[in-house]
Design a protein around this ligand. Structure first.
Ligand code: HEC
Ligand code: HEC
Ligand code: HEC
Length: 136
């Protein structure tokens, strides 16, 4: 017996093609280096001969509580709102609190942070909000 909600093979194929092209569209329309929600930090990096820093905010947000960074480590909640120097990071502040070879890999991995394309401005890409499970 056939009920109304059963999809015909054609409509199934159309759906698959539609979702595939959506995936294509999204991956090709996204910025090359910065993913949705990534923060570019480039107040001084490029002036000092390094590539802009790309900070994957979501990647960190799902691993740590907001207050770890925005309270205890003193990161202001504004893209471009912090004055961070490499010297401070090396001394164990900001990113250096964790990228120290214990909680995460060390700051010797320059390219993992200084990964932005030249010319990127300090900003958050997309939005800091989500409708997904990480909503706050
Ligand atoms: C864990 C992430 C991270 C790693 C690893 C890292 N940096 Fe940085 N670096 C930053 C951030 C964040 C800034 C601040 C960027 C800004 O405001 O423009 C910065 C800034 C800088 C600056 C700008 C001038 C200054 O003194 O602040 C230089 C130069 C620099 N880094 C060099 C390096 C070198 C060389 C390495 C590898 C030995 C390295 N960084 C590794 C995150 C990192
Ligand atoms: C691992 C550290 C870390 C964690 C955890 C973290 N953030 Fe952030 N957040 C940052 C950094 C670094 C920036 C960028 C600051 C800059 O550009 O100077 C930022 C930027 C922001 C901004 C500014 C975005 C804008 O549009 O300007 C907001 C809002 C924010 N965070 C909210 C949150 C919330 C809410 C959580 C928890 C769900 C969270 N953050 C967890 C480090 C973190
Ligand atoms: C509260 C701790 C903490 C702070 C602060 C922190 N990180 Fe991380 N970060 C981590 C951990 C943990 C990982 C995962 C490392 C792993 O998989 O070994 C990570 C991974 C990363 C990655 C790799 C993401 C990926 O896709 O694999 C980048 C890039 C990065 N951090 C940059 C930064 C920058 C830039 C800052 C400062 C603005 C920063 N982090 C501050 C803990 C932190």
């Amino acid at each position: 017996m056939k009920n109304k909600t059963t999809h015909s093979p054609e409509s199934l194929v159309r759906r698959i093609i539609l979702s595939l092209s959506l995936v294509f569209f999204i991956s090709f329309s996204a910025p090359v280096v910065a993913e949705y929600g990534d923060v570019v930090i480039n107040k001084r990096a490029e002036k000092e001969g390094m590539r802009p820093v790309i900070f994957p905010h979501w990647f960190h947000r799902i691993r740590f509580r907001c207050k770890v960074c925005h309270n205890e480590l003193g990161f202001k909640m504004r893209a471009g709102g912090n004055d961070i120097t490499m010297g401070e990071i090396t001394e164990g502040k900001y990113c250096g609190m964790c990228h120290n070879g214990e909680i995460s890999w060390t700051i010797e991995n320059c390219d993992l942070c200084h990964s932005g394309l030249p010319g990127l401005k300090s900003a958050i890409h997309g939005s800091n909000e989500t409708s997904g499970p990480g909503r706050w």
